[in-house]
Design a protein around this ligand. Sequence first.
Ligand code: CP3
Length: 355
Amino acid sequence: MSRPKNDTFLRALLKEPTDYTPLWLMRQAGRYLPEYCETRKRAGNFLNLCKTPSLACEVTLQPLARYDLDAAILFSDILTVPDAMGLGLYFAEGEGPKFERPLREEWAINNLSAPDPYEHLGYVMDAVSEIRRALDNSVPLIGFSGSPYTLACYMIEGQGSSDFRHIKGMMYSRPDLLHKILAVTADAVTSYLNAQIDCGAQAVMIFDTWGGSLSAAAYQEFSLAYMQRIVAGLKKEKDGQRIPSIVFTKNGGLWLEKIAAIGCDAVGLDWTIDIGEARRRVGDQVALQGNIDPNVLFGTPETIAAETRKVLDSYGTGNTGHVFNLGHGISQYTPPENVSVLVDTVHAYSRQLRK
Ligand code: CP3
């Protein structure tokens, strides 16, 4: 298999020269797009959308039809993995994700096992294959998973949380139980990502949304160590092509050097860190992905363009090693036309900077 016609995204991750800075947007398929809302309505609800490969494929392609994006990302959710572990995922309207059976009892933790990705998450594998066929080698497809710690937050809290008192309570009373959950989840994530790679994902990303809520020591022990284990277990090549990995810890800027050292190809940055400073800190070790504040998209076209140029200027000179992205997911209230300003500015201005 050859590389996609537009392989700028893969080249930037692998630090090969590119003509411009590639970009994609976290949550690029989502509620800010009217066509997404239409497909979601047809699906009935969000989970049906995730579990129906033809519809997951349809919404994956929607942002690419509108914008000149350099990568597609599998449409799914990080919480399908704990769902496959038997926790019973559901989305209460307007309340976000919840689990019917949060993981708190020792017996339930001892019974936890890593699901077979083909048997229990076959709909994701089918979506990956179908999306790859539909993309027809135009741009690369990104596969993804949540980090073990971030998944454990939802598994133990049973829903989103503002204080994480159940998982942190376990961390500071029965760390052995938390380690058990994280170890099983890390195995689950490793085989899940490797199955996505086998089905056609050309890069993979680990979303660690909540690792940044930990102390420095706890972050290393309970989040980073397990992401390191996953990265070590990932297939590095498929059909002779390197499969790059991206690790994103929201609020992880303080620990950048440590994240960059776990063996991943790229580190995702949220908007709280200056990307130029991040680049000086990690040197040549990894590529960087990020990192404009998603709320910039609520500004005027002029400020969106100016803020976009600021990120590119801050990253600095050179012709590779940067994948432009938002510092976190795009808001559902984003005016779709503002996204065009961002996309076009990244491409035009980064070309100009290379001259
Ligand atoms: O980037 C993409 O386009 C791929 C799709 C994707 C979704 N979720 C679709 C989605 C990805 C990569 C995710 C990851 C995800 N899911 C994370 C990690 C990244 C992050 O944003 O921090 C987390 C923590 C989740 C769990 C989750 N899923 C939450 C908290 C919610 C509710 C959020 C909300 O705004 O209501 C979801 C639902 C979800 N996942 C939506 C989408 C498009 C909105 C669902 C809808 O259509 O109603």
